[in-house]
Design a protein around this ligand. Structure first.
Ligand SMILES: [Zn+2]
Length: 250
């Protein structure tokens, strides 16, 4: 185990990561760890007035600005919205993004998330975490990594189908920076939000959820996670911020 770790947040759409776990990513960056954000889709359905190519160009710029606020390196996988399926080419692409970034920790969507782009990204990332370390997979671009990352599912907007979290990260000091990162996705706020989903204010949602999680764990704002309880992903030391290795296990 290295003293500084690498973190890969894998999301379906531009802005999913900012809503779900930007505070935690900012904490990782503050501790000196390397953070990647991999986003599967371009966000081409994120407008009711602009064409797909027009809105995805805007969203690429927004995503880069948000990654800059967080201090993360952004990787866009280039899928159209709604086109992330559990098929072989997509599987290989997720294996390769894990190999390329060589993470110790993966943060991603719960497999029971509400839309198939989300749930399929979560399923692929969870499964590929093991297979990224396996040799001789045909048609992959990058060599196998030498360890199996630990996977956490992050918060989802539709929590009704999701099991309760088992890990919390205090983001009280990072909450404003998280909101600033999310604010970079301005094409998704205001009119579009109201026309598409019938409500106006994503920031209110973020504040309520992070406050509720903070209330549950005794701080002002928190983000919540559920570790994937499967062999051999689960480690006997803490990999969420503050990262705390037990020397016995290193
Ligand atoms: Zn999404």
């Amino acid at each position: 185990m290295r003293e500084k770790i690498t973190v890969l947040a894998v999301g379906a759409h531009p802005d999913d990561i900012e809503v779900a776990c930007a505070g935690t990513l900012i904490r990782y960056v503050k501790e000196g760890h390397k953070v990647f954000i991999a986003t599967a889709c371009t966000g081409n359905v994120g407008s009711k007035t602009l064409s797909g190519p027009e809105i995805e160009a805007i969203r690429a710029v927004e995503a880069q600005k948000a990654a800059n606020v967080i201090g993360a390196e952004l990787i866009m996988l280039g899928y159209q919205d709604g086109e992330v399926w559990l098929d072989n080419p997509t599987w290989k692409k997720v294996v390769d993004v894990i190999r390329r970034t060589n993470p110790d920790v993966i943060l991603t969507h719960d497999r029971d998330d509400y839309t198939h782009d989300h749930s399929n990204v979560g399923e692929l990332a969870y499964r590929a975490a093991i297979w990224a370390s396996v040799a001789n997979i045909p048609d992959t671009q990058y060599p196998p990594i030498d360890h199996i990352p630990t996977v956490f599912y992050f918060e989802t907007s539709g929590t009704n189908r999701i099991a309760p979290p088992d890990h919390y990260v205090d983001i009280s000091q990072e909450f404003e920076q998280k909101c600033l990162a999310f604010r970079q996705h301005s094409s998704q706020h205001g009119d579009f939000l109201e026309k598409q989903f019938g409500f106006k204010d994503w920031f209110e949602y973020v504040e309520i959820v992070n406050k509720m999680r903070g209330f549950q764990c005794g701080c002002k704002y928190a983000e919540a996670f559920r570790v994937v309880q499967t062999w051999p992903n689960h480690k006997a030391y803490r990999l969420l911020p503050p990262v705390q290795f037990d020397s016995h296990y290193q």
